[in-house]
Every structure is written in C-alpha cells, then in structure tokens.
Write a protein that binds this ligand. Sequence first.
Ligand code: ADP
Ligand code: MG
Length: 302
Amino acid sequence: MLIVIALGGNAFVRRGRPLDQEEHLYNIDKAAELVAKLVSDGHKIVVTHGNGPQVGLLDELQLKGGRRYFRLDALVAATQGLLGYFIANAIDKALGTYGRAVAVVTRVSVDPEDPSFKNPSKFIGPSYAKRDADLMAQKYGFIMREEVGRGWRRVVPSPEPMGVMEVEAVKRLLESGFVVIAAGGGGVPTHSHFGVEAVVDKDLASQVLANSLGADAFIILTDVDGVYLDYGTERQRKLERVSADELLKYYYEGRFEEGSMGPKVLAAARFVKNGGAWAAIGALDEGYYVFKRERGTIVERA
Ligand code: ADP
Ligand code: MG
C-alpha cells in the first residue's frame, strides 16, 4: 500500500516543553519507528508534518534582532529542511539504513484570488502588547489581530492548496524505494514562481498530495485518539467509523474547531471523496493500530 502519514506538533514537542533540538530528537523516534515498521511490512510511505511552532520561533528570533531577513515563504522552506532532516535521520536510524529517507522541499500552488487573502486569519509568531503590535504593523506592514487570551499577533492568509509542485518527483522517489518526507508545514505557498506570504494548512496540503499520488490510505496522527462530536463537553462522543459524507455534514454544521480538528476532518473527508479508499485520524501513540483501522476515527466511502 501507498500510505501518506501526516504528523502533528506532538511528533516533535511535548506540550509546555522548550522548542529545542533535544526535545525534537527525543520525540521524533516514535513516529520514525512507526514508519520503519510499515516500510518493513512492504508499504510505501510519505510523511508530511506541521511546522507552526518552529516557523513562529524562527520568525521571532529574527524580529527580535530588529530586522526581517527572510519572509514567511522562506521560513516555511527553512522549517521543511530543519524538520525534514530530523525525520529523515530518525527513519534511517529506525530502518538501519543511510539515505533511504529523503526530505523534499515542497511548494504548493495557491490561487491569488483565494478569499483568505482578503481576510487573513491564521495567527503566526509571537504575541505582543498593543503598542508593539502597532509598531510591527508600521515597520513591516503586518496585519495584527488580538487573539483571545494571548495578546496581539500577526495574522496571515491561509489559502487552499491547489496542487503540489513536486508530485512527479515524489512519485519517482517512491517507485525507486525511497521513503519520502514532503509537504512540510503545508508546503511553501507559491504563485507564478514566487513565494507568497501565507501558510497552507498541513492537513489540507497533505490530502492534496495524497490524492495526487493516488495513495491508498491517508492517516493523520495527532495527540487525541480520534474525532469527537461535542468535544470537551459531558456529551462528547467519539466517531469510530464514519462515512466521508456524514463527516462533511458535521463539518459544515460547524461542529469542529477551525484551528485544530476542523482541517483534519475536512482533509480526511476530501481524501475519500476524491478517490482514496479510507482515511484515519488518531493518536500517534496508537499509530500502528490506527493503520490497522482498530483505533482512531476511520473515514470510509459509505
Ligand atoms: P496537530 O499539531 O496534530 O495538527 P492540533 O492541535 O491542530 O494538532 O489538533 C489536535 C487537537 O484538536 C487535539 O489536541 C484536541 O484537543 C483538539 N480538538 C478540537 N476539537 C476536537 C474534536 N472535535 N475532537 C477531537 N479533538 C479535538
Ligand atoms: Mg493542527
């Protein structure tokens, strides 16, 4: 089987821990061992991953220095290299190979007419007091918005991914037996050969890649053991097996949080609607059982 596995933030950093190299190296082995097990079972694997905290950190470091050396598109590319290196190394270690895992710097095309460009709403980077936020807006032209309970932060557009530029390269790498890491951080959003100051959701970009590759399964691994209705309330109920249509119905009823579970649900449902056999959303800790469709939320055709 060809399986696309999307890793969440918990594959790299535990909640409340510092975002340093030791922390990343400590955590990444778990995901790498899962990938190695699936590869040993004969499957072709593409790993995708988020980059929110890391891109925020790089941005914060340069802004603290009082100058903006690189724009957001470049920072996304930088974190693809950073995290792709950790993941590739960890997978090679788990497999006992050298160079079998390859991280591909990935660009994703976006539509400049995407409505999100008129209404940037994705928070990125550090939070500021109102006065400093105004300074950032003046100095860099950032759009700053107040995030409840966190202070003022920069917001950027989060356009829909239209296509993944490196699909053909990823296909050939897979055919040649490589384990591929791609679409990190949702890919670098680009249009007409230029990087765009925006971020693409990693779950949605992973889905576009998964469908373009004709993947058999798409597995989103995170820190919760599945998709719940009425999450966080006394009535919360886990969806064990659900059709893509039923899940989409809940999604469009607004039953899932936009910044976290919403895009996962949409990505999983879209993968199946666009021809994938099944998708799953579950805990990284239970990754192998999610692959066996014994744990997590399994999204099916009907
Ligand atoms: P990742 O880094 O893996 O993308 P996110 O924080 O974006 O992680 O999404 C996972 C989080 O979504 C979980 O930690 C959980 O608290 C939250 N969440 C929000 N709504 C739901 C829901 N309906 N069912 C399950 N988890 C939910
Ligand atoms: Mg997320």
